[in-house]
Design a binder for this molecule. Structure first.
Ligand code: BGC
Length: 369
């Protein structure tokens, strides 16, 4: 590759590439890492969704820090809470027009970005889906995320473990919650959890009293806490009147877990075993005092760094090491080459140890011991 040559030749090669891009010539795919043009000092676009959970809030600083350290400028934008999808579509088109050299996208609605990622592709700009996949298009080059199916499996296992530990012998009454249908991660989390829970539903260990067990029935529009809280309150009223116990709830993340706990508390029910995800600062004290059973640790800095490392690799003209994992990363058109990180299950037993690389979380866990 020309750009890997040293000295004056490399500069000459870069100049040629830049001129080519100025003339508007569309270049081919960046899957091979061969035709991208990401000079040091150039601007990288980062399009983030609405701040429905703390991980998105943390993402901006994480990207700004790691992009700066890697020698790039950051153009980080959030979809505004009111008109999220259009807002994000406009932001991505704007990044293409401005000439950002790579675009990292955590989709607000992964099925609605086909036009924008095609614009990027036509302009020769690599597109990296981050945390959430972009679906229904071949124009997404890479996907950087935690292993979402594994997140779900860990949540399902945590629910089983928590029930055995805290609720005596089964059978156990449970309810299921999933994330938002417009987030490609949500069904993957749910399928991972059901991979563990379904056999226990089938053998009678677990009873979903409401009988609501399909993704469609249990999903939570917009990942909004109020939607989960009102569904939980309705279920309690309809199916758990009198002495019917609710032993546990599969919650896909911490924000919804706390909303579910709020609903059970308001209904005067004993604390059920509730799972979570994200290691939100509001949930760590609840985990340490036994109110919320578990969460998942997906370090946002590590996840941002993995995307920035990928940009650096591409900028050198190198081919990144990716996996093709159909179960996790098939977007309806192709299995997107991915960099997959490993999520960690957290309960009060391992919180202090696992949060050792994060002073904020470690301090919260220690304070609750
Ligand atoms: C993320 C989760 C987050 C959820 C809601 C998902 O796509 O992977 O970490 O809890 O969105 O914001």
């Amino acid at each position: 590759m020309k750009k890997q040559l040293i000295g004056g030749l490399a500069v000459a090669a870069l100049t040629v590439v830049t001129l080519t891009s100025c003339s508007g010539t569309a270049r081919g795919g960046s899957d091979s890492g061969s035709s991208v043009d990401i000079p040091k000092g150039s601007t990288i676009g980062v399009a983030l969704p609405a701040k429905t959970s703390q991980n998105w809030v943390l993402a901006k600083a994480a990207f700004e820090k790691s992009l700066a350290a890697a020698g790039f400028k950051a153009d980080v934008q959030y979809a505004a809470a009111s008109s999220t999808v259009t807002d994000q579509q406009n932001q991505i088109s704007g990044m293409v027009t401005k000439g950002d050299k790579a675009i990292i996208i955590a989709a607000q609605d992964g099925s609605q970005l086909g036009t924008q990622v095609k614009q990027a592709k036509d302009a020769g700009i690599p597109v990296i889906a981050w945390d959430r996949n972009i679906t229904g298009t071949k124009n997404v080059d890479y996907y950087v995320a935690f292993n979402n199916f594994k997140v779900g499996q860990l949540q399902g296992q945590a629910l089983l473990d928590g029930l055995a530990k805290l609720k005596g012998d089964g059978p156990y009454n449970i309810e299921l919650f999933a994330g938002s249908p417009d987030d490609a991660n949500a069904p993957v989390f749910f399928n991972g959890a059901m991979d563990v829970l379904q056999p226990k539903i089938d053998d009678g260990t677990l009873k979903v009293v409401s009988k609501q067990t399909t993704f469609k029935q249990v999903s939570t529009q917009g990942w909004l806490a109020q939607n989960a809280q009102s569904r939980m309150s309705n279920l309690l009223q309809a199916d758990y009147s009198g002495s019917t116990k609710l032993d546990g709830v599969l919650s896909p993340n911490d924000t919804l877990g706390r909303a579910i706990l709020q609903a059970t508390k308001s209904a005067g029910k004993p604390n059920p075993v509730v799972t979570g995800q994200d290691s939100e600062t509001a949930s760590i004290p609840l985990i340490m005092n036994g109110t919320q059973y578990s969460t998942i640790y997906k370090n946002t800095d590590t996840e941002a760094q993995a995307a920035v490392d990928l940009v650096t690799t591409l900028s050198k003209g190198d081919k990144p090491k990716t996996v093709l994992d159909k179960k996790n990363n098939y977007n309806g058109v192709k299995t997107v080459p991915a960099i997959e990180l490993t999520p960690i299950l957290i309960t009060k037993d391992n919180a202090v140890k696992e949060y050792a690389n994060n002073s904020t979380l470690e301090a919260l866990a220690k304070a609750g011991q």
